[in-house]
Design a protein around this ligand. Structure first.
Ligand SMILES: Cc1ncc(COP(=O)(O)O)c(CN[C@H](C(=O)O)[C@H](C)O)c1O
Length: 343
């Protein structure tokens, strides 16, 4: 039985068309700035975000850490939501790499209250760290793939601008937010000093994220990327996948959202099943009668459905739809889950 992999949208494999584009890619040494395909991808994302420049990096984590390493220094503080990936899921990188500390706030499905952000800014007093930046995440992973309303991004951006702080947007799943809300990427990115986009999640590329912003800050980001060993040579092979994804895999994200909503509707019919949040994009968090997710996930794996404990509560499982999961897989996954949980 072929397992249906709903662990994450990071598990997608390149399509034949994407592989063809990768094989054909024109390449050069990107450390010398001579890979034409990387340059094309960076120009494409800079244009998409309405920014001066962009930089291809190896992962969403690298995008987040290079961005915040540019915007803050050791001893500085970055305000972010308590479940933000840049704080909660990157191995303590903020402090380990840069000596930056996070000041975390409880958001509403990850969306920060601008007044709470403003209240968290430290006074200019040597007892306190300097607050340098605010980091937001759109869509918000731990918020169940929550789409930030544009007005909410603008409101946090207004506080940051007025108080002289940078705003960073972790846009790992920004195109999910764009497709779900109809808000253009450049409108979401406008209030942000730096913003990233992940190519290797819902967009289905094998590797990479792109960080966009002002030319001088992107140049500094290039230095930090090099410091982390992230300077790449003939990376056009990877950039071609990203360009292909931007050409062919953005609009179809609506299919992932519809599949997630369908799975949520089917699972909600099972006795004792509860969705933690209404489904907005391609993530759904489900509890089954309070049963421990760490015990259920292996049972589901045996039944042919791969998923992960969500982690914020012991009874929550996370299911993620993506390019390699079709509508028929959703119907079959729901059947397998129903059998495994004994519905
Ligand atoms: C909002 C956001 N920003 C950044 C990243 C990091 O991207 P990668 O470093 O994995 O490419 C992730 C990855 N998220 C992964 C997943 O959801 O399966 C895991 C949790 O790391 C993310 O969800």
């Amino acid at each position: 039985m072929r397992p249906i992999d709903l662990r994450s949208d990071t598990v997608t494999r390149p399509t034949p068309g994407m592989r063809e584009a990768m094989a054909r890619a024109e390449v050069g040494d990107d450390v010398y700035g001579e890979d034409p395909t990387v340059r094309r991808l960076e120009e494409r994302v800079a244009e998409l975000f309405g920014k001066e420049a962009a930089l291809l990096v190896a992962s969403g984590t690298m995008a987040n850490q290079v961005a915040l390493g540019v915007l803050a220094r050791g001893g500085d503080e970055v305000i972010c939501e308590a479940g933000a990936h840049c704080f909660a899921f990157e191995g303590g990188a903020l402090s380990a790499l840069w000596g930056i500390q996070a000041r975390t706030l409880a958001g509403e499905r990850g969306v920060l209250d601008p007044a709470a952000v403003e209240a968290a800014i430290r006074p200019d007093d040597p007892h306190y760290p300097r607050t340098r930046a605010v980091a937001i995440e759109n869509t918000h992973n731990r918020g169940g793939g929550k789409v930030w309303p544009l007005q909410a991004v603008r409101a946090v951006g207004e506080v940051a601008a007025r108080r002289g702080l940078a705003l960073y947007m972790d846009g790992a799943r920004l195109m999910n937010a764009v497709v779900a809300s109809g808000t253009p990427a450049r409108d979401y990115a406008a209030p942000a000093t730096l913003a990233s986009l992940c190519l290797s999640k819902g967009l289905g590329a094998p590797v990479g994220s792109v960080l966009a912003g002002p030319r001088d800050l992107v140049q500094e980001a290039r230095r930090l990327r090099k410091r982390l060993g992230g300077g790449m040579r003939q990376a056009g092979i990877l950039a071609a996948a990203g360009l292909y994804a931007l050409d062919h895999h953005v609009a179809r994200l609506a299919e992932d959202h519809a599949n997630a909503a369908r799975l949520g509707a089917l699972l909600s019919q099972l006795p004792g099943a509860r969705l933690q949040f209404p489904v907005e994009t391609n993530l759904l968090f489900v509890a089954f009668d309070g049963r421990r997710a760490a015990e259920l996930a292996p049972r589901l794996r045996e039944a042919g459905v791969l998923c992960n404990p969500e982690g914020s509560r012991p009874d929550l499982l996370r299911f993620v739809t993506h390019l390699d999961v079709g509508a028929s897989d959703i119907e079959e996954a729901a059947r397998r889950i129903a059998a495994a949980v004994g519905a």
